[in-house]
Write a protein that binds this ligand. Structure first.
Ligand SMILES: Nc1ncnc2c1ncn2[C@@H]1O[C@H](COP(=O)(O)OP(=O)(O)O)[C@@H](O)[C@H]1O
Ligand SMILES: Cc1ncc(C[n+]2csc(CCOP(=O)(O)OP(=O)(O)O)c2C)c(N)n1
Ligand SMILES: [Mg+2]
Ligand SMILES: [Mg+2]
Ligand SMILES: [Mg+2]
Length: 335
């Protein structure tokens, strides 16, 4: 049809890009139909429900335009799989929308697709379909991820009950410290490798998928921590109609973050509210505590008890002396 001519694109063009970079990512998912149809087909095994989640990432808002394309791909998949993990779901497939500025070279998409391929292999998920558009604005990348849960078992934000304990995976605050390093608003920590660790936690978060079965077995409510620990605990509190009390001294913090905190104690408020953690916060009956810690340890995910659920509403964060900390904000908001 359209041969090379004055209006032909300099690179592979829309369909050339799909064929070269995206079709290989769909090879492992028969329902993707080789990215050759109007839509994809998804089989849901008997006794299971489909869990659907969508997160977008926008240049200048969620990542820096200069970030390596493979890191952007890793994070885009990871933030979506983090929501699936928090719901107790097992990843199945994803749909991708690339909104790229017109001057984005083929080489950028090649590196981005390579990053997606690495993530697919790591997390056992395949591309099912999507859309490719150009944009007059900043780069905009969106994934909708599909996962499976046994019917009726998705772990919701609603379900926390007074008397439950609050648990969190991993460490909190690395992401926002990594962002401050990337933006140059924080000095690199003295610890060898500490700065690289914090930047990798920002750019390459690890979705807590191995925690999903532990959540299915024990959690009364759960959310992933994207906006900030206090904000996301607040989502559980309001959905569940309860009050949550967090003991800030028990919130797990990495060694590089501890080093920075020793010098600038004021960073604690940022760490509790800054977001970009992609850890899972969940509630469970207090008598499940030992079973949860043992199951999480077997799954290779560190989990720590950080607070309790009470009658009431909202979130209180207490300092070492049991006094309320005033944090200023609870988390990231787009508007
Ligand atoms: N543009 C939208 N259209 C439909 N639903 C949306 C939209 N934006 C957010 N939501 C819904 O609002 C809820 C909160 O969204 P969000 O805070 O982005 O969740 P998360 O932090 O887990 O990614 C979710 O149930 C999400 O599906
Ligand atoms: C360049 C840049 N600026 C700021 C941030 C911090 N940041 C941007 S959005 C966000 C919250 C999470 O994003 P959102 O779109 O709210 O994800 P969701 O809660 O829907 O999963 C954070 C912490 C960042 N990661 N990169
Ligand atoms: Mg979202
Ligand atoms: Mg999310
Ligand atoms: Mg979430």
């Amino acid at each position: 049809m359209s041969g090379p001519g004055p209006s032909a694109p300099a690179g592979l063009g829309e369909f050339g890009r799909i064929e070269r970079y995206l079709r290989p990512l769909a090879a492992g998912f028969p329902g993707a139909l080789g990215l050759n149809d109007d839509a994809a087909l998804v089989d849901v095994p008997l006794g299971h429900q489909l869990v659907v989640t969508t997160d977008a990432m926008v240049a200048g808002v969620h990542f820096l335009p200069s970030d390596p394309p493979a890191d952007i791909a890793h994070k885009l998949l990871a933030v979506n799989l983090s929501d699936l993990a928090a719901k107790g779901a097992t990843p199945l497939a994803y749909s991708l929308v690339t909104g790229l500025p017109k001057d984005t070279p083929d080489s950028w998409l090649a590196a981005f697709a390579a990053g997606l391929g690495e993530g697919q292999a790591r997390w056992g998920i395949h591309l099912a379909g999507g859309d490719s558009v150009s944009t007059a604005g900043p780069m905009n990348l969106t994934i909708s991820a599909l996962g499976l849960v046994p019917t009726g078992r998705m772990v919701r934000r609603a379900g926390a009950r007074p008397g439950d304990l609050v648990f969190v995976s991993g460490c909190i605050g690395d992401g926002v410290l990594g962002l401050m390093l990337a933006l140059g608003t924080l000095e690199r920590p003295d610890s060898v490798g500490g700065g690289d660790y914090l930047l990798s936690r920002l750019r390459r978060p690890e979705p807590r998928l191995p925690l999903a079965p532990v959540l299915l077995a024990h959690a009364s409510a759960a959310a992933d921590v994207s906006d900030g620990l206090v904000a996301d605990v607040g989502h559980i509190a309001s959905a569940s109609g309860v009050r949550v009390v967090i003991d800030s001294a028990t919130v797990p913090v990495s060694d590089p973050a501890l080093g920075l905190l020793a010098e600038w104690p004021g960073l604690l408020a940022e760490m509790l509210t800054g977001g970009d953690d992609y850890e899972v916060v969940f509630t469970a009956p207090a008598d499940h505590r030992n079973a949860i810690l043992a199951a999480a340890a077997s799954a290779g995910v560190p989990v720590t008890a950080i607070g309790r659920v009470e009658v009431g509403e909202g979130v209180s964060v207490l300092d070492r002396a049991g006094q309320p900390l005033s944090l200023g904000k609870s988390g990231w908001q787009h508007f």
